[in-house]
Design a protein around this ligand. Sequence first.
Ligand SMILES: *[C@@H]1O[C@H](CO)[C@@H](O)[C@H](O)[C@H]1NC(C)=O
Ligand SMILES: *[C@@H]1O[C@H](CO)[C@@H](O)[C@H](O)[C@H]1NC(C)=O
Ligand SMILES: *[C@@H]1O[C@H](CO)[C@@H](O)[C@H](O)[C@H]1NC(C)=O
Length: 350
Amino acid sequence: MAPSLSLPLLCLLALYTPVTTKKECGRPPLGDGMELEGLQRVYSPGDEVVLLCKRGYTPTSGSRTISCNASGDWTKSRLTCSTKSCSLPEALGHGDMEFVDIVYQSVINYTCHEGYTLQGASTIECLYDGQWSDPPPTCTPVTCGLPPIPKYGKMVYDRKLTGETIVFGFGGTYECFPPLVLIGSERGSCSTDGNWTEPPECKLVTCSAPTGINNGYMTNTDKREYGFKETVKYGCNVDYVLDGPVEVECLKTGDWSKEPVCRASCKVGIKRGRILYNGNKFWIGDFEPNRISHADVVSVYCMNKEKKCGYAVSTQCINGKLNIPECFEEPSAIPYQLKYGSLPSEIAQC
Ligand SMILES: *[C@@H]1O[C@H](CO)[C@@H](O)[C@H](O)[C@H]1NC(C)=O
Ligand SMILES: *[C@@H]1O[C@H](CO)[C@@H](O)[C@H](O)[C@H]1NC(C)=O
Ligand SMILES: *[C@@H]1O[C@H](CO)[C@@H](O)[C@H](O)[C@H]1NC(C)=O
């Protein structure tokens, strides 16, 4: 029994000994957001202090007075100070707000979407009294003045103009009085920077008389100025084919659209042999007239000497030039007359 009694006794002694030596209180303990008036370095038993909440903090329940007790400890206070809160601001139309909290000293940053201008403070702060430093801003749309109109032209608005202000995004289509031609962008609109897009110009467009083409002709050879969108047709002389558009047009730029070219036909340059043209075989002597058009394909026959068989090799007429494939061997006159049956075009095909 004796040991179990002695332990609590020892504890009591241990606690009691320092307490008796302590007769003053140090600085009072302060909770979050608390302060007190007239801070002293030491307090004597019986001293009382009143705790306060700092600016921006609201006191909640509990006695605010604490006192230094006989053993040099401060009595407890149940006072707590909570941070003041500002009201939750309304969402910003056509803009964004950025904030982390809405308590004392919190900040809200406001920005407007593209095409809107901020009216008011772009940053507001929650003050100690729970009020925002400024009223929330608004975002108002960017406006333009009346659109720039080209001389001899007009703009047809997309929709009726209501009110006196033109808000960004509003626009229309430019038109020029005939026969003037619109040069530039047909569309115009009020931009988000408050400026109108660049207006077009209304111009009289003429093209000088078109020039002829080599080995061809024009349907209209009048030496006059031509108007916008006027056309002239081209054709090619005999033995030439047209490569490109048949017709040229006077463009906005005052130039003609790209003209065609007349390409020369080709002569199949072999003296003896048979050719394959458009699916038919012809002896060259019977191929009359000896002409194939530009871009046409013709085949000549070559010999596979190992296998003793013949095969057709094609070649294409390119503007008057027709290359005869290298494998083609022109037979000399006598065998051509006597032994034409042994020509590569006549024997078994590979
Ligand atoms: C003083 O306060 C402390 C802590 O609250 C307490 O432990 C102690 O008993 C008190 N002393 C007196 C004499 O009331
Ligand atoms: C508000 O803007 C300031 C300055 O740009 C920036 O330092 C701050 O972090 C922003 N605050 C919030 C809550 O976004
Ligand atoms: C609007 O146009 C004017 C005149 O061209 C120019 O000086 C100004 O910088 C433009 N404004 C903006 C925001 O681009």
